[in-house]
Write a protein that binds this ligand. Structure first.
Ligand SMILES: [Zn+2]
Length: 383
């Protein structure tokens, strides 16, 4: 659907299918790309960057297919600042294009081997060509974070004059921290009235924090990928950005977060990248409690150790029985099976639980707990 912008709103731009797939070794099947696009659309992501038409073949065909699905989300294709790239994108029927070119001297001199003026000229002609067709245009300043500030502002001004709808600020190598990010975005916003998208990479583990710092400084678009999938250490993660906005900043952007775990699992399988159990927001461990004090607190009131409810992201709370368990966890586990475990028996059982868990170097399965109970505490069949 054609991208409609309302003032004062924050937009999510998901690039799992472009930057995510650009990750070394990741290839999505066409059917997977379509499924991912549909899922992201269903949960309410505003814009999807779905690929690079100039690669041709299957890539181009799939982009055209996604553009024809009639999704609510705006469909964007990625381009170099080359008129022919933009032509290929327009042929796919997308309603938005990203036009990307490096702006840092290190990239201009060592990668493009050209001049700043050449960069401005090529960006301008590609943007003007796209705007003639009426599509939405994001101008991507690649390696913006290492770009001379005066030139970045000049570049942004030229982009706006050429008709660009927004600037994508790319921390291509993930070199920023949230404080620097905030200052830079503030400066650009003060110099030029233009929409800004944060596109951050996770090389120092700060992609999500930097994206949010940009938002605080006035950026109104945030680029994300599912699970933070992306080149090298990845990008800002969709699920982290949305949940941090909601619970850290109390800013709900109306994404259906209940499907986060499902989507994360799907993308994890499709990309062949395992989802670690400790992954922020969607990892299975996020709502697993083992230590005696935490379990006792979480059972009395989950908010003592959980910021939000597990079902908000499609997970379940797990009370893990192991080395760090206390009596409350054992009593609760028996309760799950409809049995009352008296406090005295729980205390007696605890040392056996701990020693078996240390011996096995893992938490215990429910069955193992029951065996311990039957062996050492009650000779009667427990459950
Ligand atoms: Zn990137």
């Amino acid at each position: 659907m054609k991208f409609k912008k309302e003032d004062g709103k924050l937009y999510l731009v998901d690039t799992t299918l472009r930057d995510g797939e650009q990750t070394a070794g990741v290839v999505f099947a066409n059917s997977e790309k379509i499924r991912i696009a549909k899922m992201l659309d269903e949960i309410g992501v505003h814009q999807l960057e779905v690929g690079i038409p100039t690669m041709g073949g299957d890539e181009k065909e799939t982009i055209a297919k996604i553009a024809k699905l009639g999704l609510n989300a705006s469909i964007m294709a990625w381009n170099r600042a080359v008129v022919n790239d933009v032509k290929e994108s327009l042929e796919c029927g997308v309603d938005a294009v990203a036009i990307s070119i490096s702006t840092s001297d290190i990239h201009i001199e060592h990668k493009l081997r050209t001049s700043r003026q050449w960069v401005l000229d090529h960006m301008t002609s590609a943007v003007e060509f796209a705007k003639k067709d009426g599509v939405y245009v994001s101008v991507n300043a690649e390696d913006a974070s290492r770009t001379d500030m005066d030139f970045l502002i000049e570049f942004t001004r030229c982009a706006k004059q050429a008709g660009a709808d927004r600037l994508r600020f790319c921390d291509t190598v993930g070199i920023l921290d949230p404080f620097k990010t905030y200052d830079i975005i503030k400066k650009i916003k003060e110099a030029i009235d233009i929409d800004i998208e944060m596109h951050t990479h996770n090389d120092f583990g700060m992609a999500t924090a930097n994206a949010l710092a940009g938002f605080k400084a006035g950026a109104n678009f945030i680029g994300v990928t599912v699970n933070g999938l992306g080149e090298r250490a990845g990008n800002a993660a969709l699920e982290e950005v949305v949940m941090a906005l909601k619970h850290v900043y109390k800013y709900d952007i109306n994404i259906d977060t209940k499907r986060f775990r499902e989507i994360s699992e799907y993308v994890s399988t499709a990309s062949g990248r395992q989802l670690p159990s400790w992954k922020a927001i969607v990892g299975t461990n996020v709502f697993a409690h083992e230590s005696g004090i935490h379990v006792d607190g979480a059972l009395k009131d989950p908010h003592t150790y959980e910021i939000f409810d597990p079902d908000e992201v499609g997970l379940e709370r797990q009370i893990v029985i192991g080395k760090h368990s206390g009596t409350a966890a054992l009593i609760n586990k028996f309760k799950e099976y409809g049995r009352v475990l008296p406090e005295e028996e729980a205390k007696e059982l605890l040392p056996y639980v701990r020693s078996l868990s240390i011996q096995l170097k893992r938490p215990l399965f429910d069955k193992e707990l029951i065996y311990l109970y039957e062996e050492h505490i009650s000779k009667i069949k427990a459950i």
